[in-house]
Ligand binder design. Structure first.
Ligand code: NAD
Length: 337
């Protein structure tokens, strides 16, 4: 392998600094400095350089970290089990390569398990971890760096769709439920209309509005924002009687937790591609904004056998839709969304 020359090393260091700075603005200040598409492009270039020169990778490289920090404005909370990000692909051909590789690894490592893909929409919101003890919500935290998040319990308690007590029975004594907090497209439009009617500036987009709302110092402020949640994962779950992701969603729904209506259990790559096409065409008619599709190996036995890197599960992937060009009627400028 050819060694790293000075210009590539300085490009790499500059990129790593930029990615850290943009992440801080996005996660800690809820005020991105660049579009998601631009961020993804820079992150992709960082990964490309590291693939060519693995000697550049260190433990604090942005590609090895989950992303957010913990702001001093909130108490730190250790998640009982780690929270992860997702590996991204940006085209259906990249997705096909990913499905093929994961399928081959699953067939080798968990040969008796049937491989099925659970397809879900990728909600453009803020990841939160809910801890229920004996069926009671005792803590809610942001993802943070994946190990430690920010305690936002008081703010999450203001969200009506999140039960403070689980319904039914059969929940483990201690269970971590992960999901995405968002503002629905309809609520966002109404909220902004109201702001404008009061002569105030409208909020820029639902994702940052949701993240900013949940990270308020005063829960009374959070309570004024129309926040919702869909759950899409589970952490500590000892004693949970479920063999797959989709069975778990059925249980979570029975316990009164809000589960996305858009998930579908599929068998073939063609069906996955069809799902991507259908949701791409109808993405603006959904309850909330999405920035892609998440494809997960459904069986827990396969998830366990494929495992995790330091940043992402090897049993799930996010397909990101290409950025759309939006013409605003007022200014006729083009922006990435
Ligand atoms: P990610 O957004 O690619 O994916 C991981 C997250 O997706 C999970 O943590 C989870 O919370 C969420 N998610 C939504 N729906 C889900 C579902 N159905 N199942 C599972 N997870 C689901 O990764 P990330 O590390 O959170 O953030 C990286 C992305 O955030 C970038 O790709 C970029 O688009 C954006 N970002 C933008 C900037 C910026 O400056 N504009 C900065 C940092 C990150």
């Amino acid at each position: 392998m050819v060694g790293v020359n000075d210009s590539l090393r300085s490009e790499y260091e500059q990129l790593a600094d930029d990615v850290r700075r943009y992440r801080f603005a996005y996660y800690n200040e809820d005020a991105p400095l660049v579009s998601d598409a631009e961020f993804d492009r820079l992150f992709g270039r960082l990964e490309e350089i590291e693939a060519l020169h693995p000697e550049l990778v260190s433990n604090d490289s942005p590609t090895q970290e989950v992303g957010g920090d913990v702001s001093a404005a909130f108490s730190p909370v250790e998640h009982l089990s780690r929270m992860y990000s997702l590996e991204d692909v940006f085209s259906t051909s990249e997705l096909s390569v990913w499905l093929e590789r994961a399928g081959t690894n699953a067939a080798t490592q968990a040969p008796h398990e049937r491989l099925r893909w659970l397809c879900e929409v990728k909600i453009d919101g803020l990841a939160v971890n809910l801890l229920y003890r004996d069926g009671r919500l005792v803590r809610a935290a942001t993802r943070g760096d994946g190990t430690t998040g920010e305690d936002v319990t008081h703010n999450v308690l203001t969200i009506k769709s999140i039960p403070t007590e689980l319904a039914g029975s059969g929940w483990p004594a201690e269970v971590e439920v992960r999901g995405e907090i968002f503002i629905s497209s309809a609520e966002f439009a109404a909220y902004n209309e109201n702001l404008v009617a009061q002569g105030k500036a409208p909020l820029a987009n639902p994702r940052n509005a949701a993240a900013g709302s949940i990270r308020q110092k005063d829960p009374a402020e959070t309570a004024k924002r129309p926040l919702s949640m869909f759950v899409h994962g589970i952490g500590v779950r000892e004693g949970l009687v479920a063999a797959s992701q989709h069975e778990t969603y059925d249980l979570l729904a029975a316990w009164g937790l809000p589960v996305s209506p858009y998930s579908e259990l599929l068998d073939t790559e063609d069906e996955v591609l069809d799902y991507i096409g259908r949701f791409g065409a109808s993405r603006h008619e959904l309850i909330h904004e999405i920035d892609g599709i998440v494809v997960k190996a459904d069986a827990f036995a396969i998830q366990r056998s494929l495992g995790y890197t330091s940043r992402v599960p090897r049993w799930a992937v996010a397909y990101k839709y290409p950025p759309e060009e939006v013409h605003t009627r007022l200014l006729d400028i083009k922006v990435d969304v």
